[in-house]
Design a binder for this molecule. Structure first.
Ligand SMILES: [Zn+2]
Ligand SMILES: [Zn+2]
Length: 143
């Protein structure tokens, strides 16, 4: 069973044009398992420090981002978070500015905003991606 799962991950890497190296497989498996935006430190802790150093993990994430395998999420906390890109599930995050609690939401209707942006500006032909994060207070912190 473990083997077929690894095959699946290797397939994702090959499709995106990567060789299925062990560090890449580990990072991909960890992102797939957690399904939650993780910072580089959390990813390294998740896959084990002996398996990949910070520079390697950073390079892997950057290449995943460029290839559309992962997305970078900005929680405005001074560090980048990454999660697997899911084309069928366009979702965004709402973040508690006090305790960093994160939840997903869907239905951002970015097509409407993209249409407005293209109408209001003059130098852009199309919108190819979008990024929406909301910030607020969770129930516990709002009390
Ligand atoms: Zn909170
Ligand atoms: Zn969206």
């Amino acid at each position: 069973m473990e083997l077929s799962k690894e095959d699946g991950l290797a397939g994702i890497l090959r499709k995106a044009g990567f060789r299925a190296t062990k560090p890449r497989l580990l990072v991909l498996a960890h992102l797939q398992k957690t399904r939650y935006p993780l910072c580089i430190r959390e990813i390294i802790e998740g896959i084990g420090r002996k398996n990949a150093d910070q520079v390697t993990v950073y390079r892997i994430l950057d290449s995943f981002k460029k290839a559309g395998v992962a997305v970078q999420v900005d929680f405005q906390q001074g560090r980048a978070y990454y999660e697997l890109k899911d084309a069928k599930y366009d979702h965004h995050h709402i973040v508690c500015t006090d305790c960093d609690k994160v939840e997903d939401f869907t239905g951002c209707e970015y097509e409407k905003i993209a249409g407005k942006a293209l109408k209001q500006t003059h130098g852009f032909a199309k919108v190819t991606s979008h990024s929406v994060e909301l910030f607020g207070l969770c129930n516990a912190c709002a009390r």
